[in-house]
Structures are given as structure tokens and as C-alpha cells.
Design a protein around this ligand. Structure first.
Ligand SMILES: *Cc1c(COP(=O)(O)O)cnc(C)c1O
Length: 349
């Protein structure tokens, strides 16, 4: 019989489905329901999101973040437009050109950043560098909250970016694949983090938050959502048994698991970072503000960690990335800490 592997912190999507999402799917599985989103679960999930965000936004459900981001960006652009993003943005580095594909060619304009965060000056410089007919016209800014390296934009930073966008005639999209972790980190409301700060469209990640799959796309300006349903369908993102994409949101939102899951993940990251701080040869690369910890360490230490069975990615900046999910086990975190202590300060033979 197959047994599941010991818990790893390579990514937060190594985790399973949280009980709240699972039991809602189980409830949705009793009997039949109308297909393609005409069911009560889909209506209830959209209403739960509107309640959480305190606004009558337009809500759509997609299978994954790549589709949600790409289709949302495509809805904000014509093919001759461009999208400003950070160089480390998932849309640029990890979506295989899907934003360009689904927008029929809207170009991503990357901004070189230290932290993966955009700022008003960089947006302005990029958006105003060219205005001639030979260059794709800037139309959208996309920010990742929290960033791919685990930094969180403050509300003031989002507001400043949004104000710059308004002056320059740009829409503001937020890739919130770990949106809950950002809310937990700042302790602010989803409304304050998004539409009240000037965000036009949010992709709210359910997968990394504890669901089996699924991201919600929220349009705070309903005029931007016109025909978005057709876009989803054409892209293969209209779920036939939609209730199974919708029900987990009901389970996650109505009991508050979306937030407690993220709080737990963030706390594990913080505890882990504190427990390895000061170890010889090991240093944090980025401030720990959400559920990611990036550690710079000698190649030999990485190899030693891998020999002890740990899995982690080194694709950003060469450091080791550890991501903590809703289900991170404190005793497993402690094992990783212990191994790092032993590797970092080997006992004399
Ligand atoms: C995980 C992730 C996504 C979504 O990825 P999918 O694999 O397409 O679901 C989007 N943005 C960021 C920053 C991510 O980390």
C-alpha cells in the first residue's frame, strides 16, 4: 500500500484539502445540482465572497491561478496593450506565457526589483518611457500580494500604486494566490486590501489556502467583468460540475478557515525563521512577512539537508525556499530546525 510522504515545506501546495473545504464538498456531493454554475453552492459562494469583501462585486471561479490571472489580465487589455509587472512576478516567470496567450499578445513589461514589489516611481517610469505608436500602450499594472518572495505590500503602498495608476489611466490587478496570508499578516480586511485601496480586479487563491483547487476572480468594477464568463468558457475554465469549485469557498469563508489557515501558515514561517536566525552560514534573504522563508546557505548545507530527505526549491535567488501551508505540523517544523542546527554547526566527530 502507498503511504503518504512525510510533510515537506517545499511548497504550500504540497498540502492536502482542509477539513472545512472537504466537508463542504461532501455536502455538495449529496444528490444532484444544476451544472455550469446555475446551482445554489455557486450562488452561496459568490455571496460569501461579496459579504467578506463588503461589496457587490462580480465573482467568477477558475480552476487555477494561471488561468485566473491570465484571463483577468486579458479582460483589462487589448492585444496592443501592455501590462507592467515585477520581474519576479508569477505571471512573468511561471505561467508559460499564458497572460500573453489569452490576451492575444498583450506584452508584459517587467520592472527590475529587489523585493518583487513595484512602486509608483517604477510604474510611472515604465508607463511613460514610450508613448509612440511603435510600442504597446501601457494599460494595466499587476502586483502580487504577498509577493513571490513573501513580502507584503502595506495598505499605503497599495493606495499609492493605485493613485499612480489612476493618474496614468492604468487598471490595477492583484495576484492574490496567497491573498489570505497577506490579510493575516496585516490584520486588515479584504476590502481595505483591495477595492478600498484602489484595486480593480483580484485573483483570490483558494488552492494554497486549503482547497483542492480553485481561484476566485473578483471584479470590483462590474463594467470590467462584461463577457468575462465567455472568456472563461472559451479558455476551458467553466466547470461543468461548478458546485465542486464553489462549495469549498463556502466551507472556507463561512467558518473563517480562510483566515485561520493563513494565520497558522504565517506563524509557522515566523517561528521557523526565528529558530534558525543566527545559525552560522545561514541567513535570511527576505524579511518574513507571510508564509515563505528564503535562506541563503552554503551548497554543502543544502546538499546535507537534501540527504536528510528534505525537499525545497532554489529557483529564486539561489537560496532555499521553505513555504508553510495551512497544515504545517509544528513538530515537523521542529525537525527541520533541528536538522539545520546539526548541519550548520556539526558536532565534532
Ligand atoms: C501558485 C501561484 C499562482 C497560481 O499558480 P497555479 O499553479 O496556476 O494555480 C499564481 N501566482 C502566484 C504568485 C503563485 O505563487
Amino acid at each position: 500500500m502507498m503511504t503518504s510522504d512525510a510533510q515537506q515545506f517545499a511548497s504550500d501546495n504540497y498540502s492536502g484539502i482542509c477539513p472545512e473545504a472537504f466537508s463542504a464538498m461532501e455536502a455538495a456531493n449529496r444528490g444532484h445540482a444544476a451544472a455550469y454554475g446555475e446551482d445554489v453552492w455557486t450562488a452561496r459562494a459568490a455571496d460569501s465572497l461579496r459579504r467578506l469583501f463588503e461589496t457587490p462585486c462580480e465573482v467568477f471561479f477558475a480552476f487555477n491561478g494561471t488561468a485566473a490571472n491570465s484571463l483577468a489580465l486579458a479582460s483589462l487589455c487589448q492585444s496592443y496593450h501592455s501590462v507592467i509587472c515585477a520581474d519576479a512576478a508569477h505571471v512573468e516567470t511561471d505561467e508559460c506565457g499564458a497572460p500573453e496567450f489569452f490576451s492575444n499578445g498583450s506584452k508584459l513589461l517587467t520592472v527590475r526589483t529587489q523585493s518583487g514589489k513595484l512602486d509608483p516611481a517604477a510604474i510611472r517610469a515604465t508607463a511613460t518611457a514610450r508613448s509612440d505608436i511603435h510600442f504597446p500602450k501601457c494599460r494595466v499594472v499587476t502586483i502580487t500580494q504577498p509577493t513571490e518572495t513573501g513580502q507584503v505590500y502595506s495598505l499605503d503602498e497599495i493606495r499609492a500604486i493605485a493613485a499612480t495608476c489612476r493618474v496614468l489611466g492604468l487598471s490595477l490587478h492583484m495576484d492574490g494566490s496567497r491573498f489570505a496570508n497577506a490579510c493575516a499578516s496585516l490584520g486588515c480586511s479584504p476590502a481595505d486590501m483591495t477595492w478600498r485601496a484602489g484595486v480593480d480586479v483580484l485573483c483570490f487563491g483558494g488552492t494554497k489556502n486549503g482547497m483542492h483547487a480553485g481561484e476566485a476572480v473578483l471584479f470590483f468594477d462590474p463594467s470590467l467583468a462584461v463577457d468575462f464568463g465567455y472568456r472563461c468558457k472559451q479558455a476551458g475554465q467553466l466547470a461543468s460540475k461548478m458546485r465542486f469549485l464553489a462549495a469549498p469557498w463556502v466551507g472556507m469563508l463561512e467558518g473563517g478557515a480562510w483566515l485561520s489557515n493563513a494565520e497558522h501558515a504565517n506563524a509557522c514561517a515566523r517561528d521557523f525563521a526565528e529558530a534558525v536566525a543566527g545559525l552560522p552560514g545561514i541567513e535570511p534573504i527576505f524579511p518574513v512577512e507571510a508564509n515563505a522563508v528564503f535562506l541563503r546557505m552554503p551548497p554543502a548545507a543544502m546538499e546535507a539537508l537534501r540527504e536528510r530527505g528534505w525537499r525545497f526549491y532554489t529557483f529564486i535567488g539561489g537560496g532555499a525556499r521553505f513555504m508553510f501551508g495551512w497544515d504545517a505540523l509544528p513538530e515537523r517544523v521542529a525537525e527541520l530546525v533541528r536538522d539545520l542546527h546539526e548541519i550548520g554547526a556539526p558536532r565534532a566527530a
